[in-house]
Design a protein around this ligand. Structure first.
Ligand code: 13P
Ligand code: SF4
Length: 346
């Protein structure tokens, strides 16, 4: 990533942290009262809460108890498209809200925080990406779901971490040369696993990029019975230490079905909430995020996912704040790439 993007990511990250610090701290009775209001509003508005595993556990529980969903980004997209409700509250980051809108232009999509973005999205600006693709017209363009609608509109395929390997294997069999953007770690993982001819963009996730292999190796030695579960946005050296690599839903499923009782988790710690709920007798440990003397940028929790809160959900339902719009021309093109993924994985 060049210095402009690094600065933009750092600035946006700082803003998100400040906003998160400034959020009013709710006591238990305030939380209860807002949750009751949200439940009533979801019903009266015929709305549904679609949320990602990285948002606060209280929001995950609320989604599940009101007929919504908590899942990885692929299943969030599918659920939003297939649900009967015409109003969807997407608790996650911007690209997740945009994907819901692109797939269901007739539905109203709201987000608890309009500013919840993603370092991968920031690190892949539309114009630079278009130029990069124009320089390699012979290559098929695959973009990760964690991108803007405009970047998806320039792509031939959209993928998420749960289906990227299968889609790239399919294209490799056809001997098609590829561009993959924006996550360099996921791109490198796919390249190694498939041997496909891939030109990778140089972006990264600020959360997963922080996991440290040396410290993880030490922890593994102290807990040899523990299984190491890693999201593929993590650096190669961390992925190499994994017993299992997969999307958030795939990591959760592994932890449920594994005979092991202890797990070290190299992804956002929001997922551990769902893991503990599904397997209350198993133990889960966060993978180390910082080496000696290093500063911890995310401490295994995405600052943009943290911007989702109960007040934001209530405000979306009561005051229609955070509505997501995607220009029609961009949405129409992006939908082709997203639908290819949904058809391939159905
Ligand atoms: P999943 O599709 O695995 O849920 O990943 C989304 C994401 O943003 C990971 O950082
Ligand atoms: Fe983006 Fe990383 Fe946050 Fe996922 S965890 S939304 S990839 S910054």
């Amino acid at each position: 990533m060049n210095n402009n993007y690094i600065n933009k990511v750092e600035n946006t990250l700082t803003l998100a942290r400040v906003k998160n610090w400034q959020k009013p701290k709710l006591n238990e009775s305030q939380k209860f009262s807002i949750i009751e209001k949200i439940k009533k509003k979801l019903k009266s508005n015929n709305a549904v809460l679609v949320c990602h595993f990285y948002v606060d556990g209280i929001i995950q529980d609320l989604a599940l108890s009101t007929g919504g969903v908590v899942s990885d980004s692929l299943e969030m997209a599918r659920f939003g498209r297939d649900c009967s409700q015409k109003k969807i509250i997407v608790a996650g980051v911007r690209f997740m809200g945009e994907t819901a809108k692109i797939l269901s232009p007739e539905k109203k999509i709201f987000m608890p925080s309009f500013e919840a973005t993603c370092s991968l999205d920031i690190g892949c600006p539309q114009n630079e990406f278009n130029n990069f693709c124009d320089e390699h017209p012979e290559r098929t363009v695959i973009v990760y779901a964690n991108t803007s609608a405009a970047v998806k509109a320039r792509s031939d395929w959209t993928v998420t971490s749960s289906c990227a390997l299968d889609i790239v294997k399919h294209l490799k069999e056809k001997k098609i040369p590829l561009i993959f953007a924006p996550d360099k770690h996921l791109g490198s993982y796919i390249t190694k696993k498939t041997g496909a001819d891939i030109l990778n963009w140089d972006g990264h996730c600020v959360v997963h990029d922080e996991f440290k292999s040396f410290e993880l190796k030490n922890l593994k030695e102290k807990m040899p019975d523990a299984k190491v579960l890693v999201h593929p946005e993590s650096p190669d050296v961390v992925v190499e230490l994994a017993d299992f690599v997969g999307s958030t839903s795939q990591l959760l499923n592994f932890s449920i079905h594994s005979s092991s009782n202890r797990f070290i988790i190299a992804t956002d710690n929001g997922l551990i909430h769902a893991m503990r709920k599904k397997s209350p007798n198993k133990s889960f440990f966060e993978a180390p995020t910082a080496g000696n003397g290093a500063t911890c940028k995310s401490c295994a929790h995405c600052p943009w996912m943290e911007m989702n809160d109960l007040n934001g959900i209530l405000s979306a339902l009561e005051n229609s704040t955070g509505e997501i719009f995607v220009p029609e021309e961009i949405a129409t093109k992006a939908m082709v790439a997203i639908n290819k993924m949904l058809d391939f994985t159905k």
